[in-house]
Ligand binder design. Structure first.
Ligand code: E4P
Length: 216
């Protein structure tokens, strides 16, 4: 099981990475903007994320044509061997993904909405695909069903491409898809905190502490 933090918020990411439960950090231009940083800050984000224990740090290549995306992807990967290059599952992004993967660069094809795009990702040799669950559902589609179809086709064909679920609405969605064999999830810090918010567990902590106090 691999859990990631879908954020460029340094304080939130460092706090959760310190638990040792999260394998890394995923970003894209919107996430950078939300954290009031930009692409010029990517080297700094790589430094603090890896210093905080991230084993993989995902940055998205930008540009409209394949050659630009490949060039940016190579520059991103040159930051360090924990970089995974994200590419949007457009025609240009998928072609760039194939070229970077052929050069041995770990890649993630993102903004995946249709199982047919998982076929393309497997053909490109992508390390990961990131389907967007909440956005699939918001578009009136059967998000869980589409992602299960992706999982089935990758498993049935023996593809090494893994699903890294993104746009996660809650931890219940993680449980549903983990039961179907999805084992990589990236989530906003607020969703990650739901893992630690069970009331009965909080009550148990108090009860155990009271017992220690009473018997000390
Ligand atoms: C990942 O690259 C996406 O930015 C992210 O998971 C989208 O999440 P949202 O649909 O909740 O904004």
């Amino acid at each position: 099981m691999h859990l990631y933090l879908d954020t460029a918020d340094r304080a939130a990411a460092e706090d959760l990475l310190a638990t040792g439960l999260f394998a890394g950090v995923t970003t894209n231009p919107t996430i950078l903007q939300r954290a009031v940083v930009g692409v010029a800050d990517i080297p700094d984000i790589y430094r603090w994320a890896t210093a905080a224990g991230a084993r993989e740090v995902f940055f998205q290549a930008w540009g409209e044509d394949t050659a630009t995306l490949v060039k940016r992807g190579q520059e991103l990967r040159d930051l360090g061997d924990r970089v995974v290059v994200k590419l949007v599952a457009s025609r240009a992004g998928s072609a760039a993904c194939a070229q970077l993967a052929a050069d041995g660069v770990p890649t993630l094809l993102t903004a995946v909405y249709d199982p047919a795009q998982a076929v393309v990702a497997a053909a490109a040799g992508a390390t990961y695909i990131a389907p967007y669950l909440r956005r699939l559902n918001a578009a009136g589609r059967d998000g869980i069903g589409e992602i299960v179809a992706m999982r089935e086709l990758l498993a049935a064909t023996g593809s090494a491409t893994r699903i890294l679920l993104a746009s996660i609405p809650d931890t219940a969605a993680i449980v549903t898809l983990a039961r179907r064999g999805v084992d990589c999830f990236t989530m906003a810090p607020a969703i990650a905190e739901q893992f630690f918010a069970d009331e009965l567990t909080a009550e148990a902590v108090q009860t155990f502490e009271q017992a220690v106090t009473a018997t000390s």
